[in-house]
Design a protein around this ligand. Sequence first.
Ligand SMILES: [Zn+2]
Length: 248
Amino acid sequence: MKIYPASLTEMYVEWDLQGETFTIYRSTSPTSGFEKLAEFVVQPFFIDKSVNLYDENITYYYRVEGFSAGVKISEAGPDTLEYVEKDNVANKVIYESKVLLKQMKNPPVFFLLKRRVGMPCPNCYNPITKRIKFPNCQVCGGTGVLSGYHDPIAARISQDVSQMIVASDAYDSDKTALTPIRAWTANFPRLHPEDVMVDIMNQRFKIVGVTPRTKSQYLIRQVLDLVPLEKGNSAYSVPVDRRMKPIV
Ligand SMILES: [Zn+2]
């Protein structure tokens, strides 16, 4: 489990746990008093918007449980921030970055976060070699894990989207040697290499690099390196409702 301040009033909690849905609990004591913040969460993260990091006397502890078909199959925590520094300037810069992204009025993009742990894909995963048999498996999106991506999340990026629509046949799938396209997004959702970005035209890109821009311990924004995926890539098999509203 990883816990970051997303601003002085928001905490970002992230986990790698098995489960289709997750329940998140919080307490100000590591041993008791955990109350349920949310359940049936399908993403591997939660943004707690009811924290007050201005008050340095409060410590927040989080626990997460993963469920499959109503049965608890995993858990993590209690965990907390290792170090809290109140940084009003970082807080302001985070806010201004989000305002800037909104003002650009770019069409939203959709992130498919790769499922990092889960049930092995019955179609392509070989339990003996512990490898996938076909990289373009349509069942798991080539991840080797059943339902290989979490549900899409709409967000904003700064990049003229028209520049991003490139002839995909100029690229050799994942093995491209060409310079990736750069874009930046706000501080959440936290992105990782191998997550996928979908633009409003349904062009799909693999995130090959994420460079955080930080101040103190605060993540201000994330600079992304993106490589277009060929139309035949299995990431195209994940449905995305492109009318979804951005979370930031
Ligand atoms: Zn598969």
